[in-house]
Design a protein around this ligand. Structure first.
Ligand SMILES: [Zn+2]
Length: 60
């Protein structure tokens, strides 16, 4: 199954539900992977990401 990205938080999700948002609003149409190890880092702050994980750069 191809990985999908959550339309709300952009987290890359395996399966049909986002573990963070508990939403099924997932998109197969996403681009780029942003890996956040430290949510306190500048890149995570700029991207608006508050939890470690893998995120899509763009979700349509
Ligand atoms: Zn989400």
């Amino acid at each position: 199954m191809p990985e999908k990205a959550c339309k709300l938080c952009r987290r890359i999700v395996k399966g049909n539900i986002c573990p963070a948002c508990k939403t099924t609003e997932l998109s197969k149409n996403w681009k780029g992977i942003l890996v956040v190890v430290d949510p306190e880092s500048e890149i995570a702050k700029v991207a608006g990401i508050a939890a470690p994980g893998r995120y899509a750069v763009k979700v349509k």
